[in-house]
Ligand binder design. Structure first.
Ligand code: HEC
Ligand code: HEC
Length: 237
């Protein structure tokens, strides 16, 4: 208590130290999100315009934004109900080459900044759809997945997924996407991409650091577990 009082009273130095700390941590996360949408004179994303701009996306992401689990192939992520700011950041990252994927890059490239904001608004207001994959996971595999998701594994220095992706993995703000009710094939593809250094567009290597500590079995388990979580409506609206 005495120490805390001292820091608060010693305001100019204390505040500088505090704001540096905050800048070093959360500030970088927010900065990464903001710079993605920082183009001038953009109108707020409009779902109706977004629907028109998304005409080519449905081939893979489907008309209801559900995406698809493709066993043994490249799965298409669910976009329905994902945070608009997160979707925007990913599209800018594909466009700039910060995030690499041969299937997705041409489609991100043909959108301008306004269309990116519009399709993000369009998908974010769709109802979250159920995911597939992991149906054959044993009880033991599901238990391991649940452990990693909700409690982590301190023996392997794996922080719980929920500490960033939120309780139930439904996502937090624009920085931490929802992973519950996402297709197992997509979740595991992303974790492997981070583990192998093929995806590196995350702020401060937060995901890379975790994926590198996960075994292939861990990745399969947590992907199956999240895919099998029922869609949760955020905020209960
Ligand atoms: C040919 C299939 C295909 C088409 C068409 C397509 N996508 Fe994708 N999309 C993918 C794949 C595959 C991924 C996952 C890429 C990866 O593994 O990094 C993806 C990923 C994404 C992501 C990242 C999702 C996340 O959770 O990080 C967004 C956003 C996205 N697509 C939006 C779009 C939009 C908007 C369009 C239309 C303009 C579109 N996609 C068209 C295949 C496609
Ligand atoms: C320290 C914070 C943190 C923890 C812990 C964490 N993540 Fe993430 N995760 C992130 C961030 C930040 C992103 C977004 C990266 C970006 O902006 O491209 C992300 C993205 C993802 C994505 C990509 C989602 C998409 O739609 O593209 C998956 C899948 C994922 N995390 C799974 C997990 C799993 C599984 C765990 C637990 C084993 C986990 N994460 C733990 C911070 C974290």
């Amino acid at each position: 208590m005495a120490d805390q009082g001292c820091i608060i009273q010693n305001n100019s130095i204390g505040e500088t130290v505090m704001s540096k700390r905050i800048l070093g941590g959360l500030g970088l996360l927010l900065g990464a999100g903001l710079s993605a949408g920082s183009a001038l004179a953009l109108e707020p994303g409009d779902p109706q315009r977004g629907q028109a701009a998304a005409a080519t996306c449905t081939a893979c992401h489907q008309a209801n934004g559900s995406g698809m689990h493709v066993p043994g192939g490249e799965s298409w992520p669910r976009l329905a109900g994902q945070d608009a700011g997160y979707i925007e950041k990913q599209l800018h990252d594909f466009k700039s080459g910060r995030r690499q994927n041969a299937s997705m890059m041409p489609f991100a490239t043909m959108l301008d900044d306004q269309q990116i904001a519009d399709v993000a608004a369009y998908y974010s207001q769709m109802e979250i759809t159920p995911a597939s994959g992991g149906e054959e996971a044993s009880d033991a595999v599901m238990a391991r997945g649940e452990q990693l998701a909700n409690r982590g594994d301190w023996d392997d220095y794996i922080v719980s997924c929920s500490s960033c992706h939120g309780p139930g993995g439904t996502g937090v703000g624009s920085e931490f996407p929802g992973v519950a009710s996402q297709h197992a094939g997509y979740i595991s593809a992303q974790l492997h991409a981070w583990k192998d250094g093929e995806r590196s567009n995350d702020p401060q290597n937060l995901m890379g650091a975790i994926a590198k500590r996960m075994s292939d079995d861990d990745i399969a388990a947590v992907s199956a577990w999240y895919a099998r979580q029922a869609p949760v409506v955020e905020g209960g609206e």
